[in-house]
Unconditional design. Structure first.
Length: 217
C-alpha cells in the first residue's frame, strides 16, 4: 500500500477514506445537523453562518460539492414536489457513512494555521503609491465593512442561541462578532497611525525648509 493510501485507510479496516477538500467538509458539516436540505437551503445556511469565518460559496460551488459527496456515498438525494407548483427540487441528506466521516474529520483533522489574505493591508503596504487621503478612504471603507459584519454576526449569533442544536455554531458566530470588532478597532488604530505619520512627515518637511532658508545668504 502506498503512503497516500495508507494515510487514507480507515482505522481498523482496509477501506480507503476519500480525500476531500475542506469545502466538502463544510457542506457535509451543514448537513450534519440532520436536516434534509436543497442546494438553495445550503446556500442560505452558509450565508447565515459560515460566511463570517470560512466560506461564502456560490450555488455552483455548493452543487459541485454535493455531487462529489454523493459520489463517495456521504450524502443521498431525492426529488420532491413543491407545493407552489414549481418544478420539483432535489434535496440532500447526510448518510450514516457521511456522519461518521465528518465526525472523524472534526475530531482528527490537523489544526492548520489560518491563511490571511488581507487586501486592505496589501493596499497599505503599497501606500507610497497612493496619496494619504486615498489611504484614509480605503481604511475608512474597511472600517465600515467590519462594523457592518460585526452587527450581522451579533444578530445571527442571537438567532442561533434560540436553537439548542446550534449551540456550537452560536459560539463560532460569537467569535465572528469579536473578530470583526477587532478589525474595526485595528482600522481605527491604523487611521491614527496614518495621521501621526503624515503629521511627522509634514513637520520634517517644514523643518527642512526652515533649515534651507536659514543657510541662504
Amino acid at each position: 500500500m502506498t503512503e497516500k493510501k495508507a494515510r487514507g485507510a480507515q482505522a481498523g479496516g482496509d477501506a480507503e477514506r476519500p480525500a476531500l477538500p475542506a469545502t466538502s467538509w463544510a457542506v457535509l458539516g451543514l448537513l450534519s445537523f440532520g436536516e434534509e436540505l436543497s442546494g438553495y437551503d445550503l446556500k442560505k445556511w452558509s450565508d447565515w453562518s459560515l460566511r463570517f469565518f470560512y466560506w461564502s460559496p456560490s450555488f455552483s460551488q455548493i452543487y459541485g460539492e454535493l455531487k462529489r459527496l454523493e459520489k463517495v456515498g456521504y450524502v443521498s438525494s431525492r426529488m420532491v414536489a413543491q407545493e407552489t407548483g414549481n418544478r420539483d427540487k432535489r434535496v440532500y441528506v447526510i448518510t450514516d457513512d457521511g456522519m461518521a466521516a465528518v465526525r472523524r474529520w472534526a475530531r482528527e483533522a490537523p489544526v492548520e494555521p489560518p491563511v490571511l489574505k488581507h487586501g486592505v493591508m496589501l493596499r497599505l503596504w503599497l501606500g507610497h503609491l497612493l496619496e494619504a487621503e486615498q489611504m484614509r478612504e480605503v481604511l475608512g471603507r474597511h472600517r465600515e465593512y467590519a462594523e457592518t459584519m460585526r452587527q450581522r454576526a451579533e444578530a445571527d449569533a442571537a438567532g442561533a442561541r434560540a436553537e439548542a442544536a446550534w449551540a456550537y455554531p452560536s459560539l463560532a458566530l460569537k467569535w465572528s462578532e469579536r473578530y470583526y470588532a477587532s478589525e474595526r478597532d485595528l482600522a481605527d488604530a491604523m487611521l491614527a497611525d496614518l495621521d501621526e505619520m503624515v503629521a511627522a512627515e509634514a513637520a520634517d518637511a517644514a523643518g527642512a525648509a526652515d533649515d534651507e532658508g536659514a543657510t541662504r545668504p
